[in-house]
Design a protein around this ligand. Structure first.
Ligand code: G3P
Ligand code: CA
Length: 266
């Protein structure tokens, strides 16, 4: 853990308060003082990287079908905000990237621009979602975009990118393309090969879900004992914040970044 305590990441933006993966949710997280922003990326049919968790559109928009079967222009017609409960305490201009009155789909490019415009250091945790349709094209496109922004390695920029995946193969591909990009191996179950806490070669950050940590707190010790960092998701309650703090987490990923920061006394 850094001397100042764990990094606090806003999971899909400040996504308890505002619709996940919208520009408003990310701007709110920046305003709330989050150290970093977590974002899932997928490819549209015409090859644009967009910020979106689900494979399908129904839960978080008024569209239907599989995301990867739509072009960006088609997704731009949809509303990604109305499904979420109202947000009375937010100034209107913070809420949405309005396009035709809708909460627009967020491209990764727009998120990178927003992070660079924040005026302070921002960490970005970018998760590539499972590449069923496009193979490793998501990783290829992601690294190409990061390279365009000069973010494919930790450098002078106030924005620092880390790539995450549940797939060791996807992370291997990322490291082949951009060896200096840090990577996080996510896990929602305990892989049998992980019992000694050793991660696959080249990965030095473990990303266990909070349920894994609650059930197996000794795992955190073993992972850290092997020199790995520990980023835990999705940590939304006081009890869970306290638990991961006790276990020495280096990163806390939460839908409620302000709540976590308050709990940490920051
Ligand atoms: O931050 C990691 C976490 O986001 C992984 O799970 O399903 O929310 O993408 P998921
Ligand atoms: Ca994610």
């Amino acid at each position: 853990m850094a001397e100042t305590g764990p990094l606090v990441f806003a999971h899909r933006g400040s996504s308890e308060a505002l619709p996940e993966h919208t520009l408003g949710a990310y701007l709110r997280a920046v305003d709330e003082g989050a150290d970093g922003l977590e974002c899932d990326v997928r490819l549209t049919r015409d090859g644009h990287l967009i910020c979106m968790h689900d494979r399908r559109l129904e839960r978080t928009s008024n569209g239907r079908g599989v995301v990867s079967a739509h072009t960006l222009a088609e997704l731009n017609q949809l509303d990604f905000g109305s499904w979420h409960p109202p947000w009375p305490d937010s100034p209107d201009d913070l809420i949405l990237d309005r396009r035709g009155g809708h909460a627009a789909v967020l491209t990764l490019e727009r998120l990178l621009d927003a992070a660079l415009a924040a005026g302070r250091p921002i960490r970005l945790l970018i998760e590539t979602k499972h590449p069923a349709r496009f193979g490793h094209l998501v990783e290829v496109r992601l690294v190409a975009m990061l390279r365009r922004y000069g973010l494919e390695r930790p450098g002078e920029s106030p924005v620092r990118v880390t790539v995450m995946s549940f797939s060791p193969g996807a992370l291997r591909r990322v490291r082949q393309l951009a060896p200096e990009l840090p990577t996080v191996l996510l896990m929602d179950l305990l892989p049998p090969w992980l019992r000694d806490g050793r991660l696959p070669s080249g990965i030095r950050i473990a990303g266990p879900g909070i349920r894994v940590i609650r059930n197996r707190p000794r795992l955190a010790e073993r992972l850290r004992g092997q020199g790995n960092e520990l980023y835990v998701w999705t940590v939304n309650t006081a009890a869970d914040v306290d638990l991961v703090l006790t276990l020495g987490a280096d990163g806390i990923i939460s839908d409620r970044p302000r709540f976590v920061l308050d709990r940490l006394g920051r």
